[in-house]
Design a protein around this ligand. Structure first.
Ligand code: PLP
Ligand code: TYF
Length: 387
């Protein structure tokens, strides 16, 4: 191999999976990698998913290629969930992708194609994979502060300030809901203000919607994305079904592109298909087929919504218990989704792991679904012991 290769750091979140498994202490607590867990600590396959899989095994007649766009029925079936009543007609195009990650990567490559000078504005902190994905496509990242961990407050003025410095043709990456890693979402007034500013400045939204339904509800969690697309009139939306359908390893996602006019949408679509072919040719089928089967059967879809609501309610319950247990954790009540980031130093995070068997990334991010009513007192006590 050429000598230019240097070793690369492991993914800090995925590395926690192995470290936690290797720990033999009873009572260890995993608030690391972001998968939903039930009160028994399991990440179960949803009932509707099991049933859809049964139907697929029994009824699927071919495994022949589908094409770079993937499962068109899946792509269509998600539209009302994501976009609600809005009918964008031929202005809305896109394709199935390998997870939300694949959608983000394709979006970044599309941006680099249509505007090589585009800079992408990213609120910090953000999901650790955002930077490498965007950089891999050659985009220049413009970072600004989204949230202050010490005070647990959104720094909305900084977002407005950043976007008012954006150039026409720049892009803003925004978490649609359940911000990873800080749990702090914009309210509707803030979404409208951001959307208006982006419209005025000619800044294109790239919305990362990876947790729809795990915050306040399916429609509520898409409200910000809908406002942005409605107001700006154009945008990209990278979607993941891996959390809200519990399909993680099946890699189920989609990229939606809303163009100003149908003719432009057609050109965008041909570029997306070309980019997909050059990356993965076609996305994996199984997970998207599961989602299509669920959403095209009202009874299965209703059962999925029920289980999704159970997951959401459990996470909200954990937030309330933590907020009640210690006044310093009170801000967590108003945050959304699986994650919050606690104001801990990497040394304190290491102490929690070594002394108490509590696992989280060095950033202090916690996955609230890793806690239960039974483990919360232990967890809160361990936090208190640090001070
Ligand atoms: N975006 C965010 C904010 C995420 O947390 C994740 C998590 O994995 C993704 C995108 C990617 O989702 P997927 O696992 O479907 O690739
Ligand atoms: O942030 C998380 O924990 C989830 C899961 O490379 C994840 O988004 C973490 C790292 C990664 C892929 C998925």
């Amino acid at each position: 191999f050429p000598g230019g290769l240097g070793p690369q750091p492991a993914d800090s979140l995925l590395a926690l999976i192995g470290a936690f498994r290797a720990d033999r202490r009873a009572g260890k607590i995993d608030v690391g990698v972001g998968v939903y867990r039930d009160p028994q600590g399991r990440t179960p396959v949803l009932r509707a998913v099991k049933e859809a899989e049964r139907r697929l095994v029994a009824g699927q007649e071919t495994k022949a290629y589908l094409g770079p766009e993937g499962d068109a029925g899946f792509f269509e079936a998600l539209k009302p969930i994501i976009f609600g009543d809005a009918d964008h007609g031929a202005r809305l195009v896109g394709l199935q992708t390998p997870g939300g990650t694949g959608a983000l990567r394709l979006a970044a490559e599309l941006i680099a194609r249509f505007n090589p000078q585009a800079r992408i504005w990213v609120g910090e902190p953000t999901w650790p994979n955002h930077h490498p994905i965007l950089q891999a496509a050659g985009l220049e990242i413009m970072a600004y502060q989204h949230f202050d961990v010490a005070t647990q407050r959104l720094t909305f003025a900084r977002a407005l300030d950043a976007l008012s410095r954006a150039r026409r043709g720049d892009v803003a990456l925004l978490h649609g809901c359940c911000h990873n890693p800080v749990g702090a979402d914009f309210d509707m007034t803030q979404w409208r203000e951001l959307a208006q500013l982006m419209r005025e400045r000619g800044v294109l939204p790239l919305i990362d919607l990876a947790y729809q339904g795990l915050g306040r509800g399916l429609d509520e969690d898409a409200a910000g994305a809908r406002i942005l697309l409605e107001t700006v009139g154009e945008g990209l939306l990278a979607y993941s079904c891996d959390k809200n359908f519990g399909l993680y390893r099946e890699r189920v996602g989609a990229l939606y592109a809303l163009a100003g006019e149908a003719a432009a949408a057609g050109v965008v679509q041909s570029n997306l298909l070309a980019l997909a072919r050059a990356n993965w040719s076609m996305p994996p089928d199984h997970g998207a087929a599961i989602v299509r089967v669920i959403l095209s059967d009202p009874a299965l879809a209703a059962d999925w919504r029920t289980e999704l609501a159970e997951m959401r309610d459990r996470i909200r319950g954990i937030r309330a218990l933590l907020a009640d247990a210690d006044p310093r954790l009170a801000p967590l009540r108003g945050q959304q989704g699986m994650f919050s980031t606690l104001p801990l130093t990497p040394q304190q995070v290491a102490r929690l792991r070594d002394e108490r068997g509590i696992y989280m990334p060095a950033s202090g991010r916690i996955n609230l679904a890793g806690l239960t009513a039974e483990t919360i007192p232990t967890f809160v006590d361990a936090l208190a012991s640090l001070r």
